[in-house]
Design a protein around this ligand. Structure first.
Ligand code: GLN
Length: 257
């Protein structure tokens, strides 16, 4: 009887360990939680058949590949762009992939990966607008998206502006003649003018410098950053990033498959 109890408790202990190991694996370790703001086509947007749940875009494809390269799975947490840094700091997400421009200010709060995309700010205006360069915005009604680098650019120029939370809201203001110009990232601007008639893009390379997009991790998380960098560098070298970018630039991001 005694022996039987001993065997039974050993069996129980062993099965408990199996259960604990299994739950350990599913509660982290092999998963990367990417935070994004899925309001930024072609980099991230919500669609019926996304490649990760209902999320799709250049960044989502890159996130998926990074996870695959490391035998991990990628999950997406959608939140406001302004919340990404805090979510990294409090461990709600492991990495932020959101067309995020590397800036000195942000680099004080997070660590950035190797950059994977170069963009610039542009001005979206009505087709008949007389705005030709950034200084022409001086006496115009300017709209930016809150917390984006476009807001910082307009602040630096010293012009008053109104900030909206979403690119689509900003574009609606322009379409409805409630503002004269929206300052936003180049590839996203291309998408918005493709989706709305009567708009055009005005560039000013003297006023708006090139920006580099990179993935952000919590300061000091070198373990994850090394994995992300190895994967990004491979994808840059073998042309995967350019392929993905070209694919989403051409496709209809409102109904991408
Ligand atoms: N590149 C811009 C920035 O970093 C906008 C990014 C975004 O909206 N996802 O502020």
């Amino acid at each position: 009887m005694k022996k039987f109890t001993k065997v039974l408790s050993l069996v129980l202990a062993a099965s408990l360990m199996v259960v604990m190991l299994a739950s350990c694996a599913s509660s982290g370790g092999d998963e990367i939680v990417f935070g994004t703001n899925a309001e930024f086509p072609p980099f991230e947007f919500v669609t019926a058949n996304g490649i990760i749940d209902s999320y799709d875009g250049i960044d989502i494809a890159i996130a998926k590949q990074i996870a695959e390269d490391n035998d991990m799975t990628a999950t997406i947490e959608n939140m406001e762009f302004d919340s990404l840094t805090i979510a990294l700091q409090n461990g709600q997400i492991d990495a932020a992939i959101a067309g995020m421009t590397v800036t000195a200010d942000r680099a004080e709060a997070v660590d950035f990966s190797t950059p994977y995309y170069t963009a610039t700010q542009v001005m979206i205006v009505k087709e008949d607008s007389d705005i030709q360069k950034a200084t022409d915005m001086a006496d115009k009604r300017i709209v930016v998206i809150q917390g984006y680098t476009g807001e910082v650019c307009v602040q630096d120029l010293g012009y008053p502006y109104e900030a909206f939370k979403k690119g689509t809201e900003a574009i609606l203001e322009l379409v409805n003649d409630k503002c004269d110009v929206v300052v936003i990232d180049s590839a996203t601007a291309e998408k918005f003018i493709g989706d709305n008639e009567g708009l055009k893009i005005v560039e000013d390379s003297e006023a708006f410098e090139n920006e580099e997009y990179a993935i952000a991790v919590k300061k000091g998380n070198t373990e994850l950053l090394d994995k992300i960098n190895a994967s990004i560098e491979k994808m840059l070298a073998d042309g995967t990033v350019s392929e993905i970018a070209a694919q989403y630039a051409e496709s209809d991001t409102e109904e991408a498959e």
